[in-house]
Design a protein around this ligand. Sequence first.
Ligand code: GRF
Length: 200
Amino acid sequence: MEKLRLAVFASHEGTNLQALIDAQKEGHLLAEVVCVISNNSEAGALRRAKSANIPSYHLSDKMFENVDDYIQALLNILEKHKVDLIVLAGYMKMIPSTIIEKYHHRILNIHPALLPKYGGKGMFGLNVHKAVIEAGEKFSGATVHLVDEEYDRGKILNQVQVEVMPGDTPETLAARILPYEHKLYVETINKIAKKEIILE
Ligand code: GRF
């Protein structure tokens, strides 16, 4: 069976990307990371891609005169690598609607909370965990969902619950959830590959 070809978009450290790379190396991923794109030239994700000999690209709308050239540059990379699924992993930029249309129901994101709660504009990084703790939630977790035009609103594909401990800070909660995110992304992509999760 042809492996699903993944383009991973990441803006930061890239531990979710690393989890996919490691799973692929160990033969546990029914997919292949064929390219990595980051809007941040300093992203750890670009370093991790290079170490794994995966084509990596620093691409930001700021590098282009107009947004159409930026979108075309993104599309050229996705077409060049015959990408099946776009996987957002800590990617801080909105995906242009042209790309969302062209890759309709084929763009995934992972969010470090149990959507639909604690999602939406401004809800990223430690803000998410701060809100969960302030609300006195006993559980948080991670969610893999389809990406559409609004932050964190697309169809929920898979979730994992993680306990909030007394005395948790946003940092300790984030650190407890992160390994669960890594497992959830691999599991979800494998379920998609096995058609146990249907994206349409
Ligand atoms: C993760 O917590 C993810 O849920 C959020 O951004 C973080 C990315 O971490 N979207 P990393 O760059 O994959 O380590």
